[in-house]
Design a binder for this molecule. Structure first.
Ligand code: XBP
Ligand code: MG
Length: 256
């Protein structure tokens, strides 16, 4: 294990969808399909098709891109995407409030470890604040996150770096003191463009994506009793089978 030089680690900037929670396949995708059904549309996004559509970040933009592919005129598709996304957001908010969206294994252990070490927690997500807040509150307690940047605050959406930049600005920190944790190539690109080091915890939708400039790639967060494999460790941070505060400290040290 590398020597920890000083303690540069001040905060961690956490992604939501696919990172803190496994929310896409059985969450957002289901909510989109229910919104289609309620609107009397025959469209349904199966698991594979939704994985392709995830290349477009932001649910409303995702709907717009889908309808554009279907050849729908711009005015019609913008109105339909807006209307469907509003309903989908209500449905997903209800799912989150009912506890239907689960945290990924190991997240709670890491959050507690970071807090015990005095490391500040921030969120930077492309998701919509309407559901982000009740979801995070129900699973973790909203008060634990010093700042939450959602798509409402950073409408450019990942891979644009604005969400991570805004999180750093609110934290009053340099990127090197606040590594990001992401699940997707879009999230990685956003974090790196904002000057943050970035750990990627892959999931079934993202594991085949390009993580060449990630600072660490893991199969998941891991737990002390359920270690995960390391998929890439260019700085030789040597995580102990999970993402822990010392690994993030070593990352902040090499990133500075
Ligand atoms: C992932 C996204 C979001 C969700 C859907 O965000 O791109 O758009 O898929 O949520 P992140 P909305 O990984 O940055 O958390 O429908 O509210 O956009
Ligand atoms: Mg994500």
């Amino acid at each position: 294990m590398g020597e920890i030089v000083g303690d540069r680690l001040q905060a961690v900037v956490l992604d939501v969808d696919g990172t803190l929670v496994d929310s896409e396949r059985d969450g957002h995708r289901v909510a989109f399909n229910r919104a289609f059904e309620e609107a009397g549309l025959l469209d349904r996004w199966d698991v594979e098709r939704y994985g392709e559509l995830l290349a477009v970040t932001g649910g409303e933009r995702r709907l717009g891109a889908y309808f554009e592919e279907q050849g729908m005129p711009e005015g019609e598709r913008e109105e339909l995407a807006s209307r469907l996304h509003a309903r989908k957001t209500e449905i997903f908010t209800e799912m989150a409030s009912q506890g239907e969206i689960e945290e990924r294994p190991g997240v709670s252990e890491l959050l507690h470890e970071l807090e015990d070490a005095g490391v500040r927690l921030a969120v930077a997500t492309t998701g919509t604040r309407t559901w982000v807040e009740p979801l995070l509150d129900g699973l973790f307690g909203l008060e634990r996150f010093e700042t939450i940047v959602a798509s409402d605050d950073a409408p450019e959406r990942k891979p644009d770096p604005s969400a991570h930049r805004l999180a750093l600005e609110r934290l009053g920190l340099q990127g090197s003191a606040a590594p990001a944790v992401e699940d997707s190539a879009n999230g990685l690109r956003a974090a790196k463009a904002a000057g943050l080091a970035c750990v990627v915890v892959v999931n079934d939708y993202t594991r085949e994506q390009d993580f060449d400039d990630a600072d660490l790639v893991l199969e998941g967060f891991g737990r002390p009793d359920a270690p995960v494999s390391v998929l890439a460790d260019p700085h030789r941070l040597d995580p102990p089978g999970r993402l822990d505060v010392d690994t993030l400290r070593r990352l902040a040290a090499v990133a500075s």
